[in-house]
Design a protein around this ligand. Sequence first.
Ligand code: NAG
Ligand code: NAG
Ligand code: CU
Ligand code: ZN
Length: 193
Amino acid sequence: MTRLASQLVLLAYVSIRTTNAAIHAKAVLSGASPVKGTVYFTQESEGQPVILTGHLRSLSPGYHGFHIHEYGNLTSGCASAGAHHNPGSKAHGAPSDRDRHVGDLGNVWADNNGNVRINITDSTISLQGTNSIIGRTVMVHDKKDDLGKGGDTESKMTGNAGGRVACGVVGLLPTGRDSFKLSLTVFPDHRNR
Ligand SMILES: *[C@@H]1O[C@H](CO)[C@@H](O)[C@H](O)[C@H]1NC(C)=O
Ligand SMILES: *[C@@H]1O[C@H](CO)[C@@H](O)[C@H](O)[C@H]1NC(C)=O
Ligand SMILES: [Cu+2]
Ligand SMILES: [Zn+2]
């Protein structure tokens, strides 16, 4: 290859890397309860799945509904964040259902010490476009989300997940690979149901 050609190849590679830069975001959760936590979000490029990692603590042991709610408004605490993010006007469901709110991420599982290690991959939420969750709110609930299978009206709206114990607004982090590596190495032992 001539020197010019190799420089052009390098230039093309650099510009592809730039336009397809991974997007990273973070939410710090708290609320009226003692529950606290941090969630990191990474999407390699538009159309790719979003990977969520992080941790929660001080939950009651067991399953807890885990959603993206529509507004990043916490003026009156988690109550101000609105309903589940649902731009398609769908029914509430499981993360694996075709018919689900964009914000339906199912449940997280807390061990006997109330700790949750988050490691979720979801192909419906996005960090850009119509399904973007940037500026919206991550919510963890008091009870288990029945994933729309509870047989009552509320199940098709909220999964009967109960009160809002902690929440945090999803905010952008700097673009680049380092923050992704950080998010994976800080919490290496993830477990979810
Ligand atoms: C934010 O939430 C508060 C309390 O629920 C509400 O009064 C206010 O109108 C909301 N702000 C916006 C911009 O919707
Ligand atoms: C997260 O879960 C995936 C499987 O869904 C697994 O391959 C990966 O190793 C897990 N990551 C961490 C950091 O535990
Ligand atoms: Cu919720
Ligand atoms: Zn929902």
